[in-house]
Ligand binder design. Structure first.
Ligand code: NAD
Length: 503
């Protein structure tokens, strides 16, 4: 498909240049050549988008229309995503370097996000009612909050954007989306689709630009009532700090350094499949990646030998080739960062094992699938998020040590436990300080369950009806159905004391 030479903002139902007419260059991670130019939003553009979104919230029909009508728009968006799935996958692979076969799955999930939230709002956006002493009925209603600011990262951008946009819109909010500057293309596909679906003007807006300018202006804007953020932990901290002055609701989906623990009694073949896929799919740029592998001592050597065989065969190549399993990293700066960590691993004494990148791929940001062997948990590479196709591998003596190592990290997003001892599977999963744990399972997620992390991996849960806690304001209405007593102030005897003048 032809790629548009300019990526514009989408504000109040129009594709527009920024107020200052600024642009930045979007780079292809496979060639490091320019793809196109992207409008660089600043405060004025955020102001315009928030004004449109506030107008649409306050006066538009979005919030007040019958819910069935609103949800019909969401089903239509899902249909249009499916119709354009090939284009979306192509643009995502072009923009991010994610292999096309994996980008296609992400596009399918994006359509599902809209359908799912339309159904959830209809069936699960429910309040509570209490009879109180026969005198009152108290009931709750969920109201949309207002203008939702959504700030997203560059990994699987389209899927993650829809994961926020769908519940925000379904519950009646209006939206300003600030996509990541390294992956702007598919956000505009979403804007085109929403435009074609005919949503009222101003309900959905996209402003491109950098975090420190466009993102920060969205966070600081007094008319934005909530910020849903996915990205790095340190950025999340800045956003919480900067949103304090306008007392916004914030939801934080942040980084991870998730352990995958394999006990000797596990189905080792399946554990191997899960460990390899979990860290090397999506080019390792995955928040829930099992970037720490903890192996029981007795199987360490055997398992590592299998791992080496697997990484040697992972197909590294052009993201547009359907056979490619590992593509280039998103950006040269990120490639440098990941390589820096691999150097640090060597300095810290890990054995680095990686196949070489095939010839002919020198222009892309390729990092081969990399094993950091014989790590210990005190190493920087075992503690910090690398966010690439790199796995720190270490051993443990027993269950107690496995749990201790798993928890000895500042993050708490995901965990994976492999054992055929059912009791131990539950016990270890529950002992790990993480928002999510999988037992004998790859990272597969039903949309109804909560998603999110603890410790430095985030605050709050998205997914299922949990998203309603964030995207709606709960109001309680107290109604007296009887004549409950009211203290009668001011009904006593008239005061007889004289005023100072009379006295
Ligand atoms: P990032 O924090 O650098 O950027 C994310 C977004 O925040 C971008 O749109 C950026 O422009 C914006 N931003 C940056 N500074 C800002 C500021 N001061 N104010 C407002 N906005 C600002 O993250 P990234 O590098 O794009 O993404 C990778 C990170 O995201 C990793 O740490 C990964 O673990 C995390 N992630 C977490 C989840 C999750 O669900 N927990 C999912 C995906 C990615």
């Amino acid at each position: 498909m032809a790629v548009q030479p300019k990526v514009l903002h989408y504000i109040n139902g129009q594709f527009v240049e920024g107020a200052a007419g600024l642009y930045f260059t979007n780079i292809n991670p496979f060639t490091n050549e320019p793809i196109n130019e992207v409008a660089e939003g600043r405060k004025e553009d955020i102001d315009a988008a928030v004004r449109a979104a506030k107008e649409a919230f306050d006066h538009g029909p979005w919030r007040t229309m019958p819910v069935e009508q609103r949800l019909r728009y969401l089903f239509r968006i899902a249909e249009l995503i499916e119709q354009r799935a090939d284009d979306i996958a192509y643009l995502e692979a072009l923009d991010t370097g994610i292999p096309i076969s994996q980008a296609k799955k992400q596009a399918a999930r994006a359509a599902e996000n809209f359908r799912f939230y339309a159904e959830m709002v209809k069936t699960r956006l429910v309040g509570e009612a209490y009879h109180v002493h026969g005198q009152f009925v108290n009931y709750t209603v969920h109201k949309p909050v207002g203008v939702a600011g959504l700030i997203t990262p560059w990994n699987t951008p389209f899927m993650l954007e829809t994961w926020k946009v769908a519940p925000a819109l379904a519950t009646g909010n209006t939206v300003v989306l600030k996509p990541a500057e390294w992956s702007p293309l598919t956000a505009n596909q979403l804007a085109e689709i929403i435009d074609e679906a005919g949503l009222p003007r101003g309900v959905f807006n996209v402003v491109h630009g950098f975090g420190e300018t466009a993102g920060a202006a969205l966070v600081a804007h007094p008319d934005v009532r909530l910020i849903s953020f996915t990205g790095e932990t340190t950025t999340g901290m800045d956003i919480i700090r900067n949103s304090a002055a306008t007392l916004k609701k914030t939801s934080m989906e942040l980084g991870g350094k998730s352990p995958l623990i394999v006990f000797a009694d596990a189905d080792l073949e399946r554990a191997l499949d899960a460990a390899v896929w979990g860290v090397f799919s999506l080019n390792g740029e995955r928040c829930t990646a099992n970037s720490r592998l903890l192996l029981e001592q007795s199987i360490y050597d055997e398992f590592v030998a299998w791992l080496k065989e697997r990484v040697d065969r992972i197909v590294i190549g052009d993201p547009m080739n359907p056979a490619t399993e590992l593509g280039p990293l998103i950006h040269r700066d990120h490639w440098e960062r990941v390589n820096r960590y691999i150097d640090i691993a060597r300095q810290e004494g890990a054995d680095v094992y990686a196949p070489s990148v095939p010839n002919g791929l020198e222009n892309g940001n390729f990092v081969p699938p990399t094993l950091l062997l014989n790590c210990h948990n005190g190493m920087k590479v075992a503690q910090e998020e690398i966010f690439g196709p790199v796995m720190a591998v270490m051993s443990f003596a027993d269950e107690e040590e496995a749990i201790r190592l798993a928890n000895d990290v500042k993050y708490g997003l995901a965990a994976y436990v492999w054992t055929n001892d059912l009791k131990r599977g539950h016990r270890v999963a529950q002992a790990i300080e993480s928002g999510m744990a999988w037992v004998n399972s790859p990272n597969v997620r039903d949309l109804r369950i909560p998603f999110g992390g603890t410790k430095y991996s985030g605050i709050g849960r998205e997914g299922g009806h949990y998203s309603f806690d964030f995207y709606t304001e709960v109001q309680v209405v107290h109604v007296a159905v009887g004549d409950p007593p009211i203290p009668a102030f001011g009904k006593g005897e008239k005061r007889t004391t004289l005023s100072a003048e009379q006295a």
